[in-house]
Design a protein. Structure first.
Lengths: 244, 222
């Protein structure tokens, strides 16, 4: 197998001074998309095939840090919590995983598959009235992934998938805290459409690849797999392209 | 979003052992005594966040970035819930440490200074910011005199400055003082000599505060 070339960590903003000049051999691939868009199914399939191809793979996601995830659950139960406060809580949770899991794995040469990244956090904040500029600056310590896919699913299709999975609509994923509609179903559709729009808006700045998530699982998987394989093949020869 | 703020924000800064907490405590007592509407808040005290921060600290799990973000979360919780609404309602809000503590500590820990400042850019500027200036040795003496053991992060042990907690603490505090000193002018700190008598310091503090409270507010409440 060909060796993947080394690259330097690149940050979105001011970065983490003590990680500057850190060399990494691994690759960071992000799968974004709403709940029930098929993210975890796709990550499972990609993990198997990448491992079968001989790569070491690490899965990460939001709200999984040992330190902070519990606090976020606690904070969300408390409805008096402010929106900026919650954003910062999520950012702390993300930072914990970035520094303690993602960066070490990248240094060790892993392919890191991230189930959501900063884009979901920024989209959620933006639709709740927090300025894009502030969020962008907040996540200035985040590293620029090699690939970011957004599974774009029509809210009307998405709602069916949610019901297949859960039989109820999640409070926050329906934007119920935002007073969009008295009707939860209606609220879900409005909220998901706004989040979707925000992702499209972020596409250029953050170099997101938008994937049509309305298709069957296998078809989406073939699409993702090909894009990842092509990227890995190209990065064994030349340094990774600049995405800024 | 910026709202019109009717109240006044008074904050104190300085290293541990600079005497700032004593002074703001006396200020609070006095303002309450003369009948002002006062709210007091201190660094790292939000009920929602404090527990997690202290758990992380106990386990030594915090990196400079998570340390910074958790303290920002704590601050923002107090800001969104208490500081801003109370200022809008016309209260005199007293804060024992404000954003400048983060500007000093987080930068010494290795965070980017611009990043830290952006994090807090939504916070209103204080109407009065007192900086209690003391030589590092005096503050060190005051803190360590009655303390058999320094805590890990308090002593800055995460910075690998020295294996001896006391030596580490002294170096760490010295660097924080440097950061504070560099902010005196741009942030318009009112410098109080923290080595003076408690009464003398309080006299200075009260003079500055009286000069700042609008006549209307005084009439309405005194």
């Amino acid at each position: 197998m060909k060796k993947i070339q080394e690259g330097r960590l690149r940050f979105y903003g001011h970065g983490i001074p003590y990680f500057e000049d850190t060399e990494v051999r691994g690759k960071l691939v992000v799968i974004e998309g709403p709940d029930a868009s098929g993210r975890s199914t796709q990550i499972g399939m990609l993990t198997s095939s990448l491992e079968a191809a001989g790569h070491a793979v690490l899965n990460t996601g939001l709200k999984r840090s040992e330190l902070i995830s519990e606090g976020i659950l606690e904070a969300k139960r408390n409805f008096a919590i402010g929106r900026k406060t919650l954003s910062l809580f999520y950012a702390a949770d993300f930072a914990d995983q970035l520094e303690n899991k993602i960066i070490p794995a990248l240094r060790a040469g892993y392919i890191v598959l991230a189930d959501r990244y900063i884009y979901t956090l920024m989209a959620r904040s933006t639709v709740r009235g927090i300025s894009r500029k502030w969020s962008h600056s907040l996540f200035g310590f985040a590293i620029v992934p090699d690939l970011v896919f957004y599974l774009d699913v029509d809210p009307n299709e998405l709602v069916h998938r949610v019901f297949q999975k859960n039989t109820f609509l999640d409070y926050f994923e329906s934007g119920a805290d935002m007073g969009l509609s008295d009707d939860m179903f209606e609220s879900f559709l409005i909220y998901q459409a706004r989040i979707g729009r925000e992702f499209h808006r972020m596409q250029k700045r953050y170099n997101l690849t938008i994937i049509d998530g309305n298709r069957p699982i296998q078809e989406i998987n073939a699409d993702l797999q090909k894009r990842i394989d092509d990227y890995l093949a190209s990065s064994t020869q030349k340094p990774r392209p600049d995405t800024n | 979003m910026r709202y019109p703020v009717k109240g006044k924000l008074i904050i104190v800064e300085g290293v541990d052992g600079s005497g700032k907490s004593t002074q703001i405590h006396l200020l609070e007592k006095w303002l309450r005594y003369i009948g002002m509407p006062v709210f007091f808040t201190e660094w790292n005290s939000s009920e929602t966040v404090k527990e997690i921060t202290s758990k992380g600290k106990k386990k030594g799990l915090l990196t400079p970035i998570t340390f910074s973000l958790l303290h920002a979360t704590d601050f923002t919780d107090r800001y969104e819930r208490h500081i801003l609404p109370l200022l809008r309602a016309g209260y005199i809000v007293l804060a024992d440490r404000y954003v400048y503590t983060a500007f000093a500590r987080d930068v010494v820990r290795g965070c980017n200074p611009y990043w830290v400042r952006h994090l807090y850019d939504f916070a209103v500027k204080p109407d009065l910011a007192f900086y209690f200036k003391v030589p590092v040795d005096v503050a060190f003496e005051r803190i360590t005199k009655n303390r058999p053991k320094l805590k890990y992060y308090e002593a800055g042990m995460d910075l690998n400055l020295s294996n001896d907690p006391y030596e580490s603490y002294r170096i760490f505090q010295g660097r924080i003082v440097e950061q504070y000193e560099s902010m005196i002018k741009p942030e318009k700190f009112v410098v109080i000599d923290g080595t003076a008598d408690i009464e003398q310091q309080q006299e200075m503090v009260r003079q500055k505060v009286l000069a700042m409270i609008p006549a209307k507010l005084k009439e309405a409440w005194v």
